[in-house]
Structures are given as structure tokens and as C-alpha cells.
Design a protein around this ligand. Structure first.
Ligand code: ADP
Length: 880
């Protein structure tokens, strides 16, 4: 499975958050699979405490976890040791210390998995179902299993040179194993439920005296134990090398965390659901016969003859154990090679030169050797020590060891002042307490040291007893060790940090870690040192680690991405390129080693701390400046847009003005020309007969009237448009207004014979400018009168109020206004084409003046087809 997944994607991309979440399920090892039942059998629901941490804190602290992931991506981190050493100035000692703690802390845990495989295999193949601890296992079998695993790990764990690269195959295989172990556990658990528990009534189970402790939480250790276990399991969840490998290094996208924070806790709940029922089944079934409760899930089906169920359970346990061994070994071997072996080689001139002559091969072999060393150590530990302990106790000892990284990481990513020395001292203190309180007792019971330490304390000092440090009385040894180691670890960390200033390298890295969000895109510009090397030198160096082609390609990428020209090979490398090279090498051999290599290559003068911090600040300031410039220029852009809009508007208005002037003068010329023509004729013919003269004078008067009307209208319009006109609003009854206007028309009604009717008299008062409204009505009625047929003319006026609107409609039975011209009749000088002949003397200004007046009243005027056949003008005005 790993083999195929390494080469092509097995599942669609949208599944990858789930694969990620399931792969973190590597948290559940053989300890969960078998050990939980054992612990539940003895201590009741206590076994749950190590799941509460991840279940509760994963959703609560995912921001913290995400920051670790982000930093690791940017810094190309390869392991937890690399992470901590990178934070503290890429320091070799820090890296080596962390790697060392991981190795001594976690090897017992690996051996525990070997033990589980061996035990379960022994049980499966044993004729008798009741077994004593590991006694029947033939010793070559676990050795064989270890060797096969070693082979697998070498095959998949060392195929890629870049340790910070993702191992898709590995992740898929582990996610798959997570599913296998969950299903196997559920199948085994259901079997116990149906075939054993079913035989007993609920009351029998509730009242059986030997089961009572299974239903109550053990509060002997007080809440302190629960709180301690929750914190312990959470720190372990983050810092155990295998968790760091799958949760941080193999994380493809930090958004996957969003899925993981609910999938992973659900997984933990599911896999623990049936633990208590199986424990009950074991106690009831074996009923006082001796049996190993750790393996109840395996032995129960076997005892009932359901061998194939046992086989499934075995496969589940096997998955759990191998998954853990594989990932843990890969993670530890990366640390062993990158943080311990390679730095040692590099510090020795002779070894260094032979290393450099075959870098690629050397690294591969160092990794392989590391894997074998670690597996052998685990095997030896299994053979000689872990056989004597239960699964759970060994696991918790490992948890406590890796918890010692918590202060260095936590302070490291939130506090710039946190220093290298603090990290070294605090981890050393923590791990010493761990060793003294948890490991020394195991050595005593293995008869390696005298028992007097337990009873009388180290060197006879009574407050140095491993189980009662400083005279404390904490019942549970793990809580005891966790409490004291964390307390002193944290205290020493904070005080040393406050006491010793960080140096240049540390401050640089502190900036990069704490303010990761500012640097996440620009880390390549974070200048660290200067030196005298050419691009070619750097590329050669890189080639020896990752091959000629790939390094060429990476260099090209670098220049393209930064939009730089690809420089000549002999150009002096700038700091950006140097940092880039360092980062790439980090991915292969870890930050600390890659730093030594580059440093030795450049033999540069060390920059003082202030310079570096200044440089960083400067780059930050430049970023800030850039931001400000950007926002300024976008403001300018907006202003420019507004200006150009205003400009086009002005141009439009200007054009309108031109058109207006043109039309006005044009309109004025027509009557003027005719008046002038008539005047000239009369002047040239003083003897004109009286009748003709009268005719001429009549036309002239008419034209002059039209002229003055036109001028008045233009002036009115100008006044209305300029906004100089203020409305004289009075509360008026519209009907009174209308009556006044109609009275002026009454003469027409009689003489020219048309019908004028007024409907829906509105008695309410409306606020109107009476003079202006009168003009509107006169205009509309005059227009209507102009177009109605001479003999059967009809004009109807309706007054109405709807909601808060007052409306007047004036309709007639004239020719009406064609649909396509209705929107234009309110424009200045617009005259309807077909009605021009009826409209002699019209100027096309009347309706536009009406519209202006109605606009001033915040109302609306429109025209539509009337039921009478002509035009219907509708005015609407809000009443308030
Ligand atoms: P004018 O002063 O030339 O009448 P208006 O602005 O009052 O100008 O009218 C604009 C156009 O609408 C004119 O061409 C006019 O013929 C036409 N019009 C106005 N009222 C009516 C109506 N009741 N029936 C038909 N056409 C009309």
C-alpha cells in the first residue's frame, strides 16, 4: 500500500484531510489496543485519562498547533529536534540534546510494541489460552518481526533524501492501519458483547462485587492526577516523535487541521467505546482463573473457539504496533542522523572530508544505520527490561520524557526572549528528574542499583527519594514525576531566559518563529549572513546533496520566483541565495548541520546581533512602507477615478449647454427673421394699403408675443434649474387650485365646445407652491386643448390620494403621444414629430418646465395612453 501510494495518488484530493486525521491515529498504539483493557480491568475508567488530553485540547489549542505547523513548513523542519534547535539559533547542542531525550525516552515505547506483537503472536499460536507474561514466546519470533520491520522502514523511510518532504505512501499506509485497528477492535468488542456479556443479566453485571471498580472513577490520586494526565497526554500528543512526524512534518496543508480537530477526537472515542465491556467480559469469563487482562480481547474469542475473530483482533493489534514502530523509528532515525551523527562527522576534519566526497551515499547509509541501531536498541530493551512491565506503565514513562520539550516549544514560539541556554538547562533538569523518579526505580527492581535509594534517598538525603521528591506525597509515580519535572523545567526556563540575553542567531530565529505570519512569505529575504561565495559554489554544494539536476532546477525556481534575472555562475551569491541554499540543505540534514556547512564554506565574519536584528527590522519596515505606499497609491487611484468621472460629467453638461444655446438662438431666430422681414417690407413700401398693413402688423404682434413667451420660458427654466428658486409651500386644497385654473379656461368651454369633467374631488390639504402648480396645470390643460378635436373634444381631470401620495391625472381624446417618444417629451425643446403642425407657436419648453416644478416638489410626472384615446399626464406628489 505504501509502495503504490508513494507513486500515485490513491484517493481524490478532497480525502486528504481525512487521511491526515486518520494518520494521527498512530497515537493509538498496541497500548491502546491491548493495554487499555488491561488497565481498565485493574483500575476502572482510569485508562481514559490519556485520551482526554488530545480530545479536549486538540480543539482548544489548535491555534498553537497550527503555528508549529506553519513554522515547520517555512523553516523546512525535519523533526522535533530540528524544530527546537532551529528556534534556538540552529544550535547543534540543543538539537543533539532533544534527539537524545527522544531516543532514550521513546525506545522503551518501541520495545513495548515489539512486546505486544510477540505476546499476541505467542497467544495466538499457543495451545493453552491462559498465559503468563511472554513466557511462551520463542525468542526468534520477535527478532524476526523486528528485522522485517527494519527492512520495510529502510525501504520507505530512506528513499527520499529531503527529510522535510512528504512521504505520501507512509501517511496512506498509516491511515489505513488506523482503520484496520479500529474495525478489528470493534469486531472483537462486539463478539465479547454478544457471546459473553449476553449470558449475564444487567443486574448480575451491576451487582457483581469484582466489577464494582469498573463503574467508578478512581479518585485516589485526586483531581491532580486527572489534570496531570490530561496535560501529559496532550504534550505527548504533540511532541512524541511519531506524532510530530505525522501531525506536523507530513501535514500537507494546515487547513486539514480543521477536519482533524473533530475526526481525530471522534476516532479516539470510538476506539475506546468497548474497552469497559471487554474488561467486564474478561473478568466474568475467566472468573478468578489467572489470565493476562492486557490480551483479553484476543484470548476471549479464542477461548470460545472463534479463532478467526482472534485472528482479526491480532491483525488489528499488529497494525497498531507496526504503525507506531515504523513512524517512530523513521522520526527517531532522522534525529539520530541529522542531529547527532552528521554534526559529529562535520566537527571532525578527517571524517568531514570523506563525508563530502560521497555525501549522497553517506547520508543514506547514516540513515539506514540509524534505523538499525534504534531497532536493535529497542529489541535489547524488550529482551531485558520491558518484559517485566505492563504495557501502560512503559508508555507513560515515554510520555513524561517528551513532555520536557513543552516549555522550550511553547515559550519558543510566543516569547522572543526565550534563549538557547534556557532550553538546554531546562530540558536537562527535566529529563534528569524524569530519570531519577521513573527510570531509577526500574533499575532498582532489575537489581542494577541498591534499594537504599528508594527507602533513604540519594546519598542518604531523605528528600531525594525517587517516589517522594522533596518529601512530596503524590501517590501516582507518573503524576509525581510529571509534576516535579515540569515545574522545575518551566521555572528554570523562565529564569535563565530572563537572566541571559539571546545572541544574534537566537534573536534572528526568535523573530522568525514568533512572528511567523510576517515572515511566512518573505523568509528568503531574511538576511542572515554575508560571505564570499559564488552561485556556482552554492550550486555545487547543493548538488552533492540532492543531485545536479534538481539543484539546477531549484536555483532557477528561486530566481524566477523572486523575479530576478538568472545570474552568471561566477556572480557573488547574495544573502538571499545563501539563505535559500541553507534552507534546502536543512531539509536534508537538519538546520544545525546545514548551518555549519555553509558557515565553514564562507568563513565569514560573524555579524553582531544588533546588525541582524536591525536587518530584520529594516525588512519589516520596508514591508510596512510598501503596504503604506500600496494603500496610498490605491487612494490616489480612487481620487483619479472620481476626478475623471466629474470631468466627463462636466463635459456632458458643457455639451448640453452648447446644445441649449444653439437651440435657443435657433428658436429665437425664426420669429425675429419673420418680424424683420415684415418690417423691411413695410419700410420699403410706405404706400402699402391699409388692409395689408394691418395683416402684417397682426403677424408681427403674434411673432413678437411668441418671442417674448419663449424668452420668458427660457428664463424661467434657467431659474428653476439653477436652484435659485425656493418653493413657497402652502397647505392648499388641490380642488380649489384646480377650480381657479379651470375658471380661466371656462370661456373656452363655452365658446369652443369641449367637455371638461373633474372626478374624485380630494378635500385633503396638500403642501404646494400654488403659483408654480398653477402654471403646471395651465400648461397641461392648454396642451390638451390644443390637440383635442374641435367639435367633440373631451378633457378629464382626476384627483386622487393613494397612501401618502396625491395625484392628478389629465387626459384627453387627442392624438396622444407615440410610445417611443413618451420618455422624451419632458426634454427641453422636444416636440413630438407628428403633432408639430397642431403645435404652431410651441417651443417644446412647456413640459420640461412642468417637470422641473414637479421635481422641486419631490414628485413625479409621466405620460401614458389615455382610455379616451389621447394622452394622459399623471402627476404624483408626496403629501408631506
Ligand atoms: P410646446 O410648448 O411645444 O407645446 P411642450 O413641452 O408643452 O411643448 O410639449 C412637448 C411636446 O409634447 C410637444 O411637441 C407637444 O406637441 C406634445 N404634447 C404635449 N401635450 C400633448 C397632448 N396632450 N397630446 C398630444 N401631444 C402633446
Amino acid at each position: 500500500m505504501a509502495f503504490i501510494a508513494e507513486r500515485k495518488q490513491l484517493l481524490p484530493e478532497k480525502w486528504s484531510p481525512f487521511i491526515y486525521a486518520l494518520s494521527i491515529g498512530v497515537y493509538c498504539t498496541a497500548w491502546t489496543f491491548y493495554g487499555s483493557i488491561g488497565r481498565a480491568t485493574v483500575f476502572g475508567p482510569d485508562f481514559l485519562s490519556i485520551y482526554v488530553g488530545p480530545i479536549l485540547l486538540m480543539p482548544l489549542c489548535w491555534g498553537f498547533y497550527r503555528k508549529i505547523i506553519k513554522i515547520s513548513k517555512v523553516q523546512k523542519i525535519t523533526s522535533i529536534a530540528d524544530f527546537i534547535s532551529s528556534r534556538y539559533g540552529k544550535n547543534i547542542s540543543v538539537g543533539a540534546l532533544v534527539a537524545f531525550v527522544c531516543i532514550i525516552g521513546v525506545i522503551p515505547y518501541i520495545s513495548l510494541q515489539i512486546k505486544a506483537i510477540a505476546d499476541s503472536f505467542g497467544l495466538l499460536s499457543a495451545a493453552s489460552t491462559i498465559v503468563e507474561h511472554a513466557s511462551i514466546v520463542q525468542s526468534w519470533k520477535p527478532l524476526l518481526v523486528t528485522l522485517v520491520l527494519g527492512f520495510f522502514i529502510i525501504l520507505f523511510g530512506t528513499s527520499k533524501m529531503d527529510a522535510s518532504e512528504k512521504h505520501a505512501g507512509l501517511v496512506n499506509a498509516i491511515a489505513f492501519e488506523s482503520i484496520v485497528k479500529l474495525l478489528a477492535f470493534i469486531i472483537g468488542g462486539l463478539f465479547v458483547g454478544f457471546f459473553i456479556l449476553n449470558k449475564f443479566s444487567a443486574e448480575q453485571i451491576q451487582n457483581a462485587p469484582q466489577l464494582q471498580h469498573l463503574f467508578v472513577f478512581n479518585t485516589d490520586g485526586g483531581y491532580m492526577q486527572w489534570i496531570g494526565m490530561t496535560l501529559l497526554s496532550f504534550t505527548a500528543f504533540i511532541f512524541l516523535p511519531r506524532q510530530f512526524q505525522l501531525g506536523v512534518i507530513e501535514n500537507k496543508d494546515d487547513k486539514h487541521l480543521k477536519t482533524a480537530i473533530w475526526v481525530f477526537p471522534s476516532y479516539l472515542i470510538l476506539i475506546n467505546l468497548l474497552v469497559i465491556p471487554v474488561a467486564i467480559g474478561g473478568i466474568l469469563f475467566y472468573n478468578n482463573q489467572p489470565y493476562n487482562p492486557d490480551y483479553a480481547l484476543l484470548s476471549l474469542p479464542q477461548s470460545m473457539g472463534a479463532n478467526w475473530i482472534s485472528l482479526i483482533v491480532f491483525l488489528g493489534g499488529f497494525s497498531a504496533a507496526t504503525g507506531m514502530i515504523i513512524v517512530e523509528t523513521i522520526a527517531l532515525s532522522t534525529m539520530l542522523s541529522n542531529n547527532i551523527i552528521i554534526p559529529t562527522i562535520l566537527s571532525n576534519e578527517k571524517l568531514k572530508s570523506s563525508f563530502f566526497s560521497h555525501v549522497l551515499k553517506s547520508i543514506k547509509w547514516i540513515r539506514r544505520a540509524s534505523i538499525l541501531i534504534l531497532l536493535s536498541l529497542s529489541y535489547v530493551y524488550y529482551e531485558y527490561i520491558s518484559g517485566k512491565y505492563s504495557l501502560v506503565s512503559i508508555g507513560l514513562i515515554s510520555f513524561t520524557a517528551v513532555a520536557q520539550f513543552a516549555p522550550s516549544v511553547l515559550f519558543g514560539i510566543y516569547w522572543k526572549r526565550a534563549s538557547k541556554l534556557a532550553s538546554i538547562i531546562s530540558i536537562s533538569i527535566g529529563i534528569s528528574i524524569w530519570f531519577f523518579t521513573l527510570i531509577v526505580p526500574t533499575l532498582i527492581s532489575a537489581n542494577l542499583i541498591s534499594t537504599s535509594i528508594i527507602s533513604e534517598g540519594l546519598f542518604g538525603i531523605h528528600w531525594l527519594k525517587p517516589a517522594h521528591l522533596f518529601g512530596a506525597d503524590i501517590a501516582d509515580p507518573i503524576t509525581h514525576a510529571f509534576f516535579w519535572s515540569m515545574l522545575l523545567n518551566t521555572l528554570s526556563f523562565v529564569s535563565v531566559s530572563l537572566f541571559f540575553e539571546p545572541n544574534a542567531d537566537e534573536s534572528t530565529q526568535a523573530e522568525l518563529f514568533v512572528d511567523i505570519d510576517q515572515y511566512s512569505n518573505t523568509y528568503e529575504q531574511s538576511f542572515i549572513r554575508s560571505g564570499n561565495v559564488s552561485i556556482l559554489d552554492l550550486r555545487k554544494l547543493m548538488s552533492s546533496f540532492i543531485g545536479e539536476n534538481k539543484s539546477r532546477q531549484l536555483f532557477r525556481q528561486y530566481f524566477l520566483r523572486n523575479q530576478l534575472e538568472i545570474p552568471d555562475d561566477l556572480t557573488k551569491a547574495d544573502q538571499g541565495v545563501i539563505t535559500y541554499t541553507e534552507k534546502i540543505l536543512s531539509g536534508v540534514i537538519g538546520a544545525a548541520s546545514s548551518r555549519i556547512i555553509l558557515q565553514s564554506m564562507m568563513k565569514d565574519e560573524v555579524i553582531r546581533m544588533n546588525d541582524v536584528v536591525d536587518l530584520l527590522r529594516e525588512s519589516q519596515q520596508i514591508l510596512q512602507l510598501n503596504k503604506e505606499l500600496n494603500s496610498k497609491s490605491s487612494e490616489l487611484g480612487k481620487a483619479y477615478e472620481a476626478l475623471s468621472k466629474a470631468n466627463t460629467k462636466l463635459k456632458q453638461i458643457d455639451q448640453l449647454k452648447d446644445e441649449f444655446l444653439y437651440t435657443v438662438t435657433h428658436e429665437l431666430r425664426t420669429p425675429l427673421t419673420s418680424v424683420r422681414a415684415f418690417t423691411e417690407i413695410m419700410h420699403d413700401h410706405p404706400d402699402m394699403d391699409e388692409q395689408k398693413r394691418q395683416e402684417f402688423l397682426k403677424v408681427m404682434v403674434y411673432e413678437l408675443e411668441r418671442l417674448s413667451k419663449l424668452i420668458t420660458q427660457v428664463l424661467d427654466l434657467e431659474k428653476l434649474e439653477s436652484g435659485k428658486h425656493s418653493l413657497q409651500l402652502n397647505a392648499t386644497k388641490p380642488i380649489d387650485l384646480l377650480n381657479r385654473v379651470v375658471a380661466a379656461f371656462n370661456t373656452g368651454v363655452e365658446t369652443e365646445e369641449f367637455e371638461l369633467s373633474i372626478a374624485n374631488v380630494v378635500e385633503k390639504e396638500v403642501h404646494l407652491d400654488e403659483d408654480l402648480m398653477e402654471r403646471v396645470l395651465v400648461n397641461l390643460l392648454a396642451n390638451a386643448k390644443k390637440y383635442i378635436p374641435k367639435d367633440a373634444g373631451k378633457i378629464h381631470v382626476h384627483l386622487n390620494t393613494v397612501d401618502s401620495m396625491f395625484s392628478i391625472a389629465i387626459e384627453d381624446n387627442g392624438p396622444g403621444i407615440p410610445v417611443e417618444q413618451r420618455s422624451q417629451v419632458f426634454n427641453k425643446f422636444y416636440q413630438v414629430v407628428q403633432s408639430k403642425k397642431n403645435n404652431a407657436g410651441g417651443s417644446g419648453l412647456g413640459l420640461s418646465i412642468c417637470k422641473k416644478i414637479i421635481d422641486l416638489h419631490k414628485g413625479n410626472i409621466s405620460v401614458e395612453q389615455s382610455d379616451l384615446g389621447g394622452a394622459k399626464f399623471i402627476i404624483q406628489i408626496p403629501m408631506k
